[in-house]
Design a protein around this ligand. Structure first.
Ligand SMILES: [Zn+2]
Length: 206
């Protein structure tokens, strides 16, 4: 079975900002979108910085793992799209840093996630059991890369928007100081009730 890699990898060069450019959102807010170099997994993670985050107070931060079906298509089977929208709205009002992490399907990739969806549908497995069924750990995500991104941006202390204690623990292990944990909303739909129940059983604070 493949397991998640939680340790900070050692690269010769330190993680750093590669480039940044303005990005105006559909609500008119002018954000900055930042790319990075020397991140330990070499994926194209990005940070979206909302104004007021530079940084008169401790910034609000959200670690959002990519979910094509939820983020782009608005899938009702999970709550990712709702959580992304919530973060965007909230940071639009008070500033913040949205770290968009390219670890689709809890880190197993899009096609494997679709295989897991098929196992859920055909065999009645829950979202974590389906990952195990197709040969992966329940959750392959690593949030240490998020710590590298924050460090590259010169951010050490944050307020974290999450219901996931694992994100808190992984960030703290890397030396990021979490001044406050702010829970995300609860987005229940008929079609994601079991998904949310499973997340709660796995320790998410819902
Ligand atoms: Zn999702």
């Amino acid at each position: 079975m493949m397991t998640a890699e939680h340790t900070l990898c050692q690269k010769t060069d330190k993680p750093a900002i590669r480039a940044q450019t303005p990005l105006i959102l559909d609500n008119g807010i002018e954000t900055r979108i930042i790319s990075f170099k020397n991140l330990c997994d070499d994926k194209e993670h990005i940070a979206l910085v909302f104004p007021n985050a530079d940084f008169p107070k401790v910034p609000l931060v959200r670690l959002h793992s990519e979910c094509l079906t939820g983020d782009v298509f608005g899938s009702a089977q999970c709550d990712c799209g709702d959580q992304l929208h919530e973060a965007k709205t909230r940071m639009g009002a008070e500033g913040g840093i949205l770290l968009y992490l390219r670890q689709e399907g809890r880190g197993i990739g899009l096609y494997n996630k679709l295989d897991a969806y098929k196992a859920q549908h055909d065999l009645g497995l829950d979202t974590f059991a389906a990952n195990t069924h197709i040969g992966f750990a329940e959750d392959m995500r690593s949030f240490t890369v998020a710590a590298e991104m924050l460090q590259a941006m010169g951010v050490r202390t944050i307020r974290l928007l999450t219901n996931n204690p694992d994100k808190v623990a992984q960030l703290q292990m890397t030396g990021i100081v979490i001044e406050q944990v702010i829970p995300t909303g609860f987005f229940e739909k008929l079609s994601n009730r079991r998904y949310l129940q499973t997340k709660r059983d796995k320790g998410h604070l819902l």
